[in-house]
Ligand binder design. Structure first.
Ligand code: TXA
Ligand code: MG
Length: 304
């Protein structure tokens, strides 16, 4: 059966909640990217996510909840940093890695003792979480290593051939556009595992400036990720160092970093799907810290 894209009316939300309660998958919008959700307490349901995405079993999933209070029920302890960062940024594009309780089966966390938790800010995501009353394991709703989806149609394009009868809730285009900032708060100081549009500097400055000096950065584990099918190269200037070929698809990320993040994946998909384009050429954005997450995604997209 084909996928179904549906506007989240009350009836549709109730159907989605019922599907989740009975162990089926539902794709839904968040403010970052679309997620492919399943009941996080149900190992068989979570297995369907890995199968649909072709995701390696050693890559843990993020669990979405409706509130910090619910998040706490999935963690053995709630460190000070979890409290400070959740207070400052939830609901929002921030995932906190904490020690998990046994409520979550091992498959969710790839056998690990920690879990990534997030309260998303998208009204449809929150409505769905409230309607089903479940914690939802939800990675980005794309095949593994592909570009994350920022519209319902992207989800249909990416997963349609792989999931039978998938219900996709349509919440329009994602406002943030790239995946959440992932911060590990299990140690004495927070560690960034994946940069996002909330840089740790900001997160920390807003909570406790005195700890700024002790932040450790750690790069994500999977280098090739978020990648188009076509080769992607990053150039500093199209005039000085590089001459464009007629078959190059040029991406110039103008405006502020928030705008650029919002457009990034849709633009990459568009160029990837244009028949005459054989290579995607991205003009390097500015080198300032607000652009760090976009540089991170571009670097991964360019790695072959
Ligand atoms: O914005 C987002 O985070 C989106 C939306 C749907 O919420 N989700 C998302 O999920 O991007 P996914 O599965 O595509 O990326 C999750 C990232 C992976 O890089 C994974 O390795 C990391 O989070 N992660 C999850 N749980 C972790 C854990 N316990 N420890 C370390 N890293 C973890
Ligand atoms: Mg992903």
């Amino acid at each position: 059966m084909p996928v179904r894209i549906a506007f989240p009316t009350e009836t549709v939300l109730e159907e989605a909640a019922e599907r989740l309660r009975s162990g089926e998958l539902v794709a839904f919008p968040t403010e970052t990217v679309y997620g492919l959700g399943a009941d996080a307490r149900n190992a068989a349901a979570v297995q369907k996510i890995f199968t649909a995405k072709g995701r390696p079993a050693n890559n843990p999933l993020i669990v979405h909840v409706a509130s910090e209070a619910t998040a706490r029920t999935l963690a053995t302890t709630w460190p000070d940093w979890a409290r400070k960062l959740a207070d400052a940024h939830w609901p929002g594009p921030l995932t906190l890695v904490v020690e998990k309780t046994d409520v979550l089966p091992p498959i969710v966390t790839a056998g690990g003792l920690t879990v990534g938790l997030r309260v998303p800010a998208h009204p449809v995501a929150l409505a769905l979480l409230n309607a089903c009353g479940l914690p939802l394991a939800a990675p980005s709703a794309n095949r593994s290593e592909e570009i994350s989806p920022t519209t319902a149609q992207h989800v249909a394009d990416s997963l349609g051939p792989y999931v039978d009868d998938l219900l996709i809730l349509d919440g329009g285009s994602c406002q943030v556009g790239i995946e959440s900032t992932v911060i590990d708060v299990t140690g004495p100081t927070p560690r960034i595992l994946r940069p996002g549009m909330i840089p740790l500097e900001t997160a920390v400055t807003e909570t406790d400036e005195s700890d700024m000096g002790s932040i450790v950065r750690s790069p994500g584990q999977m280098l090739r990720h978020y990648a188009p099918r076509k080769p992607l190269i990053i150039v500093q200037s199209t005039i000085d160092k590089f001459s464009l070929m007629p078959t190059d698809g040029l991406l110039r990320l103008t405006g502020n970093p928030e705008e650029a993040a919002r457009r990034l994946y849709a633009e990459l998909r568009r160029l990837d799907n244009l028949e005459y384009v054989s290579r995607i050429v991205v003009l390097a954005p500015p080198d300032s810290p607000e652009w760090a997450a976009i540089h991170d995604r571009l670097k991964r997209a360019a790695t072959s």
